[in-house]
Design a protein around this ligand. Sequence first.
Ligand SMILES: C[S@@+](CC[C@H](N)C(=O)[O-])C[C@H]1O[C@@H](n2cnc3c(N)ncnc32)[C@H](O)[C@@H]1O
Length: 239
Amino acid sequence: MIDQQPIALEAYENLAQDYANHIDTKPHNAYYEQPATFSLLPELKAKKVLDAGCGPGACTEKLLNRGAEVLALDVSKKMVELAKVRLGDRATIIQANLSQPLPFLDSNSFDIVFSSLVVGYIKYLEPLFQEFYRILKTSGVLVFSTQHPFSDFLYYNSQNYFATELVGTTWTGFGEKKVYVPCFRRSLTSLLNPLIKVGFKLDSMIEPLPTEEFYHANPKQFQELMKEPLFICIRAIKL
Ligand SMILES: C[S@@+](CC[C@H](N)C(=O)[O-])C[C@H]1O[C@@H](n2cnc3c(N)ncnc32)[C@H](O)[C@@H]1O
């Protein structure tokens, strides 16, 4: 089954500039999710990496700085433009929809697929993970992060943990603009089983804790995150 509609496209077109302005210092990303997700990556020097859902290129830049050769993609034209402004010709950056197959990427051609906070916008994960599996070399590594199923279940006051539900919330943390961002809330089973079904070995996972920098930026939210996870970070290997 293929989900043709990029549900969050309009939201991210609206948010793109504000997102770019704040992503390097927004505590939930810079001092919480990113350190955890990046800690799951292997050595990157001279490795071919796909940054799937690159946004304005903040993570792409970190991958490049660690020596990777990066192809970055995003469905949002504005995000792609901002990533190009940020990174110039250091990476190849293209517009593409992860809800559809990626025939322009060769099979067995990447060492690593990296995707920070994107799979929550994709309805059907099995075809996406199938594509990631196809383009990875044998022993290649998939590292991704997404909303934590447990905290989403509480946050969205869901009546059915096991259902995959289209939910959404109005973001207020990226500057003045208030933008409603839709996403999919799903169970842990619905997140992980598609990985295993397409052939990945689940290798490691992190329920992140906020870093010391987070504490200095926002002590109250630091205490909250010490008691309840917001994201989950996964590493899987192509067997
Ligand atoms: C929360 S942002 C994360 C951006 C970047 N990975 C980061 O961590 O800064 C989510 C990104 O996913 C992109 N996105 C959402 N749906 C997508 C899709 N179907 N295909 C490709 N990118 C998508 C959005 O445009 C947005 O840039």
